[in-house]
Write a protein that binds this ligand. Structure first.
Ligand code: UDP
Length: 327
């Protein structure tokens, strides 16, 4: 029993990472969390989980943790994630998302850690020509965020050929919602993601909201995205971990619900579920946004045995609202 190795979660105090830590504990795993608290909250990490405050791109800091604890896998969430910021400040995105990830992967190789689960993104596809997107479609990111993540996928592919490492690169579509039991959610007051913003508007925490672009080639002119519940996403990482443990070869896999909603449709659902008709202002396009991103999730279902449980947009919005109310 004492031989059970640890799962190191970078960004474990953040939005997705905190749900991951809960899922790991529920599955009887032994998580360790690294977070610099630039976006995460110390209180989001359960007290029984060893917590290390610092930078996942600092080889000495990470190496010391790996010397001290036997680690079976790294699940790497820590990253900069705001598309328009990446357009304004690309070097910061390449430093944090790409260069620091390279250092982390080097630590993994040095410590002969056998598995790595990577938070990649649907942004690696750019403007996909065919929808829903399958993983074999060409990658052609249209913003620095997507490129900063795609380079890590390439590194992992090369490293896994040269060293005994298997990995899962999980391409997230739009992650939203909160823990169904109300233990975790998106806490950052400066979050920029659509459902968080709409829920804040519904609760009067902001004076309405803006829609970035109504002239896209979509039915209502606003962008279409595929919203996946954060707890389903965490479950997919557990499924990926078990797949790699079982000897499954490295894989790249979409994580989405395979259903697209436009920005205006999402806002309608938030208004309906909350019962609040908040102010919505139509604005020009935001930099870096593709028109439509919807996943095929067939690979995750067949290769990982993943079954999303909370895919329905109303459920996602209900959980996001419940969390936001409690903040
Ligand atoms: N969006 C919007 N208003 C907002 C936030 C987002 O219209 O206040 C739009 C954004 O332009 C994009 C979609 O909602 O078309 C999803 O954006 P988000 O930032 O949530 O995720 P992304 O797809 O960029 O990762």
């Amino acid at each position: 029993m004492s031989q059970q190795r640890h799962i190191l979660v970078t960004g474990g105090a953040g939005y997705i990472g905190s749900h991951m830590t809960l899922a790991l504990l529920a599955a009887g795993e032994r998580p360790l969390v690294i977070d610099d608290l630039s976006a995460g909250l110390r209180s989001a990490v359960p007290a029984e989980v060893p917590f290390f405050l610092g930078d996942f791109g600092n080889a000495d800091f990470v190496g010391e943790i790996m010397d001290r604890y036997p680690v079976e896998a790294v699940i790497h969430f820590a990253a900069s994630v705001v598309v328009p910021d990446s357009v304004a400040n690309p070097l910061a995105y390449y430093a944090n998302n790409t260069v620091n990830a390279r250092t982390l992967i080097e630590c993994v190789v040095r410590h002969a850690i056998p598995h790595f689960v990577f938070s990649s993104t649907a942004a690696v596809y750019g403007e996909p020509e065919v929808t829903p997107v399958v993983e074999d479609q060409a990658t052609d990111p249209i913003n620095p965020y997507g490129r900063s993540k795609l380079m890590v996928e390439w590194m992992l592919a090369d490293v896994a050929k040269a060293h005994p490492l298997s990995y899962a690169a999980l391409r997230y579509f739009n992650v939203a919602g909160a823990d169904p039991q109300g233990r975790a959610g998106q806490s950052s007051p400066n979050a920029t993601h659509l459902i968080k913003i709409a829920v804040q508007a519904a609760l009067g925490k902001r004076a309405g909201m803006e829609v970035y672009g109504t002239d896209y080639p979509t039915a209502d002119g606003s962008c279409i995205r595929d919203y996946v519940h954060v707890s389903d996403l965490a479950q997919a990482h557990l499924d990926a971990l078990n797949y790699l443990r079982g000897g499954g070869p490295s894989l790249t896999c979409n994580l989405g619900d395979a259903t697209g909603y436009s920005v205006l449709e999402v806002i309608d659902v938030v208004k309906r579920v909350s019962g609040v008709d908040f102010d919505v202002r139509l604005k020009p396009r935001r930099a870096g946004d593709p028109a439509t991103l919807v996943a095929s999730n067939q690979r995750a279902r067949t290769m990982l045995g993943w079954t999303p449980r909370y895919g329905d947009l109303e459920t996602i919005v209900r959980h996001a609202l419940a969390w936001e109310r409690g903040l």
